[in-house]
Design a protein around this ligand. Sequence first.
Ligand code: MG
Length: 339
Amino acid sequence: MRPTKLLPVLAACAALFHLSACAAPAVPPAPSAPGIVSAHGRLRTAGNRIVGEAGKPVSLAGVSFGWSQWEAARFYNAGTVNWLKQDWHAQIVRAPLGIHAEPGSYLQAPAANLARVTRVIDAAIAADLYVIIDWHDHNAHLHQELAVAFFQDMARRYGKHPHVIYEIFNEPEQASWARDVKPYAEKVIAAIRAIDPDNLIVAGSPHWAQDVDVAAADPIKDANVAYSLHFYAGSHKQGLRAKAVKAMNLGAALFVTEWGTCDASGAGPINEKSVAEWMAFIREHQLSHCTWAVYDKKETAAIVRRSASSKGGWKDTDLSPSGKYVRELIRNWSADPAK
Ligand code: MG
């Protein structure tokens, strides 16, 4: 049964011991009880698996925010992060810093986008959730100096927190692994490692984070690097899973930092059959996954409608059909060996 807003608000008021003086917050605060990061600690690769500090594989379910500069911008706050934890039972969130030379992006408006992303990171750490700091760019190899500076800043601010995962190149497109993407990754990873020696780093591969087999055949030399695997259930099926198996057989650990219920464009119908096949694959291989995404554009992949509050507290009517569907999936995720 879904929790109502009333009970957490009352609990928060009672905790203050001054019921009459307690102004009800719009969104309940995150509970102070230890969460998922306290359970597993800092993540690391062990062969082709990602494990917690106890050495057991960890399979997390969570949600990505949308690009920081567009329809998702208003949701980059603690209210939404806490709601995703409490109501969606998300164990991980992803904060995609929107690059690209368009009005409002990080290249044009760095301070505003940085503030959004750090609000989500800070809130996730406070809520004891894992958080992916994502350089959300299709041409990161053309922005290497900026990416290095950004990740140095992130490593200084957050490298001591076991919650944090760095995703250094969202989705390369046609760029070459050997010539463009891998050299970029090596530069960014060296910059992070000079500051933060141990947090998990996730590297992208060409063709929208699908050429994991190509990356695995010529891997990055770092003790704690995994490779992102992105899929959209309407577009990507067994062929992509075969590439993923090939990569894992070569020793690569994979992390589904982004997936969608629909076509790769973000539109088209929800493909429940394909999602079920992907989730069986994810469970079999004990992968972690973040669904795309928290934003309110009128397209399938957006999980909320325009009516949704910027700070969580969403009713069923505030969710898109895909939002209702993935909420159930994440709430019922049971591959977590800690449960
Ligand atoms: Mg660290």
